[in-house]
Design a binder for this molecule. Structure first.
Ligand code: MN
Length: 204
């Protein structure tokens, strides 16, 4: 049984960049539904190896019975992606990037400005619904994006250390069709201390 994690901050903590009503619906309705539907699919699949943890499940979707596989993929991905996403944001953001991550961004992706441009492009050009990612793959940083609730664990394309939800439900109330403006403002709430901790962990 998976459960909806606490947000860790108030719904309105990320205002004015992400509005409280959006956060309330996004966490309390969308994320909650992924958890409920994931549990139902796993029940129907007789567990499907979920006791080994969500990351193991998502990295081994072929082992899930075919009838429940799409539901486990979509809702398991939804649960994992959102659980990460909430933890990467904080009120007013946080500039506590580690020296190691700052150096790696400089050497591997051309520095913070170039990285932000590449990440925003991945987020903007993801057609329809999906996510933009900064991952560590074989020790190196890489920017990517996925459709729907897919994530880099599913095709072993890296360990996510930064994630951005570009589903319309993440921004539509405040930004309507202005996804680029949502992305630009989202940088103001990114918690670089949290990103740096994930970078250290992914580097091992
Ligand atoms: Mn979402």
């Amino acid at each position: 049984m998976f459960t909806l994690p606490d947000l860790g901050y108030d719904f309105n903590a990320l205002e004015p960049y992400i509005d409280g009503r959006t956060m309330e619906i996004h966490h309390g309705k969308h994320h909650a539904a992924y958890v409920t539907n994931l549990n139902a699919a796993l029940d129907a699949a007789g567990g499907a190896g979920a006791d080994k943890g969500l990351e193991h499940l998502l990295a081994n979707l072929d082992a899930v019975p075919e009838a429940q596989r799409p539901a486990v993929r979509n809702n398991g991905g939804g649960h994992w992606n959102h659980s990460l996403f909430w933890n990467l944001m904080s009120a007013g953001g946080n500039d506590g990037i580690s020296a190691e991550l700052a150096t790696a961004l400089e050497k591997e992706l051309g520095g913070m400005a170039a990285f932000r441009e590449a990440f925003a492009k991945a987020a903007t050009t993801r057609f329809g619904s999906g996510w933009a990612w900064l991952v560590v793959k074989d020790g190196a940083l890489k920017v990517s994006s996925t459709p729907n609730q897919d994530n880099p664990l599913m095709d072993a394309s890296g360990t996510p250390i930064l994630a951005l939800d570009v589903w319309e439900h993440a921004y539509y109330l405040k930004y309507q069709n202005r996804r680029p403006e949502y992305i630009e403002n989202w940088w103001r709430v990114v918690d670089w201390s949290a990103v740096s901790r994930l970078y250290q962990a992914a580097r091992g």
